[in-house]
Design a protein around this ligand. Structure first.
Ligand code: ATP
Length: 193
C-alpha cells in the first residue's frame, strides 16, 4: 500500500483544512519544534482506527479536535482522510470524523462503514494503526532501553504472532476444563463399580 494523500481539518494543530500530497520515493517533513510534525503521523494512525488516546498523546479521544488558541475558538469536529493506492493498483480513500459528544464515524470510498471494516481494509494491505512501520518519537529509545521480555513482545508484535499468545491461553484454559471434566467422570465411574 502506498499513501498518496492526507487531508486534515480541525485535527490537533491543523485547524484549517490542509492537504499533503505524498509523491513516490522518500518524503521528509521538516519544521521547528511544536509545528505539528508528530501530529501528522498521529493523523495517519488515527484515520487507520487508533483508539488509544494515549498513543495520540491525549487524555480522551476528543482531545484530537482543535482545542482553540488565544485568538481562535475551538472546533467542534476533526476530520482526517487518507487516500492510498493498494498493491493491486486500485485507489481507496478512508475518512474518519469525530464530533464533540458524538464519537467517531468512518467512511471508505464515501460509504459509511464500521471501525472493524477500516481495520480489515488496512489489515488486507498488511498495515494499520499498530503497524511497526509507523515509528513514533521515542520508540527507538524505548526499544533500546526495554527489558528482554518487553523487547521480545515488540518483536513478536512485529512478526505478527502476538495473537498466538491469546489463542494459547484460551487453549490452556480449555485443556484445564477438560482435565477437570475427566477427573469428575472418573469419580462418577468409580462410584458405579
Ligand atoms: P517536535 O519537533 O518538538 O517533536 P512537532 O513538530 O512534532 O514537535 P507536534 O508534537 O506534532 O510538533 O505538535 C505539537 C503542537 O500541536 C503543539 O503546539 C500543541 O499545542 C498542538 N496541539 C496538539 N493538540 C492540539 C489540539 N487539540 N488543539 C490545538 N493544538 C494542538
Amino acid at each position: 500500500m502506498q499513501i498518496r494523500r492526507l487531508r486534515l481539518s480541525g485535527f490537533k494543530s491543523f485547524v484549517e483544512p490542509a492537504t499533503l500530497t505524498i509523491e513516490p520515493g522518500l518524503t521528509g517533513v521538516v519544521g521547528p519544534n511544536g509545528c505539528g510534525k508528530s501530529n501528522l503521523l498521529e493523523a495517519i494512525r488515527w484515520v487507520m482506527g487508533e483508539n488509544s488516546p494515549r498513543s495520540m498523546r491525549s487524555g480522551g479521544m476528543e482531545d484530537v479536535i482543535f482545542a482553540g488558541t488565544a485568538s481562535r475558538p475551538p472546533r467542534d469536529f476533526a476530520e482526517v482522510s487518507l487516500q492510498a493506492e493498494a498493491d493491486d493498483g486500485s485507489d481507496f480513500e478512508v475518512m474518519r470524523r469525530i464530533e464533540r459528544g458524538a464519537g467517531s464515524a468512518y467512511r471508505v470510498n464515501g460509504k459509511d462503514v464500521r471501525a472493524k471494516d477500516v481495520a480489515l481494509t488496512f489489515a488486507d494491505a498488511a498495515t494499520g494503526a499498530h503497524s511497526p512501520a509507523l515509528v513514533s518519537q521515542g520508540k527507538i529509545a524505548q526499544v533500546i532501553a526495554a527489558k528482554p521480555a518487553e523487547r521480545r513482545m515488540m518483536l513478536e508484535e512485529a512478526a505478527g504472532i502476538a495473537g498466538l499468545h491469546v489463542r494459547r491461553r484460551d487453549a490452556e484454559s480449555k485443556l484445564r476444563q477438560t482435565e477437570a471434566n475427566l477427573a469428575r467422570l472418573e469419580d462418577l465411574m468409580a462410584g458405579l463399580d
